[in-house]
Design a protein around this ligand. Structure first.
Ligand code: CUA
Length: 432
């Protein structure tokens, strides 16, 4: 009997350590959505708060566990145990008051940094360096905005993200572009149900609630001052700025992964987003490209294209032209989607598709075509467009595009043929 039970015990010990090794083997603190690999003051503050909590709870765990183990071993019943029962106590005021005091102390130790971190996330810092007038290189900024910081309005939809830059007069979706090292104000709203903005390595999480504007600020990378303080860098103003620019370029410019963090319906798990952190000049270029938008196929003027399309549509040949014709007519894409430049594609029910082919994912980050080296995998991109247009209900169950197509009802317009889907996909791939 004795052998069997120690064998069993040894088996349990071995099995549990194997299971622990297998489970912990999946723990990598340096993944693309890791809150341990922070890139910016907000995520850093949240990480520090997390570590305070880990230490406090770890301390409680060790103390309580040690007392528990000590009591269990010391007072266990032994064979032929004829010791009398120890004296039974019914409370000890000193111990009880001591424990209450210790609990309060530990709660305060956790509460103070928690409150500080919450306030920090909402107290927007307006620094000289972050004011639009100080860094924005585009020439189209209203003078009234020069003393303000960049504001992005984030709108949550089932299941995608709208990113508006009201000061710059542009709208984008699902992949936000932001400048490195600048404090940015986010206004978070929802068009339907509650969502939650979470960009783990930079900031999170704040809910987007219908009928109310929530706010937070984010910043990818340290500001010049913080960076200087942390690294102790010295030199002339010029040298410092050059070294700081290098730091931003090497450590902060990147492609970051975000996710809706509040259950919001069928495709909640597929409501992802991306943030590309770029230099000031790349940001200005992107803004101007979004503003200008696209020309008709072959660089044709839009009025001319529409006139030709009305009178001699047969002259507009090739996949790109035919894709655009389908986009505007039978596909009804322009009813819900806008493409800047195109005066008749003004829909707002779905994501703005300006420069959609420059994004490295579609369907709110669910279909990826970013290659490992950071470039766009064009073949994968085509496949993603095709799949998404062909069977949106499979890619993202419950989404509006499927419902608008009459998916599942079968009484509305005939669905697009494979060849039509192919042409629309090829047209979309030209929007880069
Ligand atoms: Cu939006 Cu979950």
């Amino acid at each position: 009997m004795k052998n069997a039970s120690s064998g069993l015990r040894r088996f349990i010990a071995l099995a549990s350590s194997l299971i622990a090794a297998a489970l912990l083997g999946g723990c990598d603190t340096n993944t693309r959505m890791s809150t341990f690999d922070t890139k910016g003051p907000i995520a850093e503050t949240q990480y520090e708060l997390f570590m305070v909590t880990v230490w406090v709870t770890g301390f409680i765990f060790v103390i309580v566990g040690a007392v528990f183990l000590y009591a269990t071993i010391k007072f266990r019943e032994r064979k032929n145990d004829d010791r009398p029962l120890p004296a039974q106590g019914h409370g000890n005021p000193l111990v009880e008051i001591g424990l209450i005091g210790a609990s309060i102390l530990l709660l305060v130790i956790v509460a103070v940094p928690t409150l500080k971190a919450i306030w920090y996330t909402h107290d927007f810092p307006i620094t000289e360096e972050s004011k639009l007038g100080a860094w924005y290189e585009g020439d189209d900024l209203a003078a009234a905005e020069e003393d303000n910081v960049l504001t992005i309005r984030v709108d949550g939809y089932q299941w995608w993200w709208g990113f508006d830059y009201p000061q710059l007069g542009i709208t984008s979706a699902n992949e936000m572009i932001i400048p490195a090292g600048k404090a940015i104000r986010l206004e978070l709203r929802s068009k339907d149900v509650i969502h939650s903005f979470w960009l783990p390595r930079i900031a999170g999480k704040v809910d987007l609630i219908p009928g109310r504007a929530n706010g937070m600020w984010i910043q990818a990378g340290d500001s010049l001052e913080d960076w200087q303080e942390k690294t102790g860098a010295e030199g002339s103003d010029e040298e410092l700025r050059a070294a700081y620019a290098l730091y931003l370029q090497d450590e902060i410019h990147d492609y970051y992964y975000g996710q809706c963090a509040e259950y919001c319906g069928d495709s909640h798990a597929r409501m992802l987003f991306r943030a590309t952190v770029v230099s000031d000049s790349d940001f200005a270029t992107w803004v101007s490209e979004i503003k200008t938008g696209h020309k008709a196929p072959g660089g044709m003027d839009w009025d001319q294209w529409y006139a030709t399309n009305a009178e001699h549509p047969e002259l507009l040949t090739g996949d790109e032209n035919e894709g655009l014709q389908l986009f505007m007519s039978r596909g009804k894409c322009a009813t819900c989607h806008a493409v800047n430049g195109n005066p008749r594609a003004l829909g707002i029910a779905g994501p703005n598709l300006t420069k959609i082919a420059a994004r490295q994912s579609i369907a709110a980050g669910w279909l990826n075509h970013r290659a490992e080296d950071g470039s766009t995998d064009v073949e994968q991109q085509y496949e993603n467009f095709f799949k998404w247009i062909k069977e949106p209900d499979v890619v993202k169950p419950g989404n509006l595009m499927w419902k608008a197509n009459g998916g599942g009802i079968g009484e509305l317009d005939e669905l697009l043929t494979d060849d039509e889907v192919r042409k629309i996909s090829l047209y979309l791939q030209t929007l880069k």
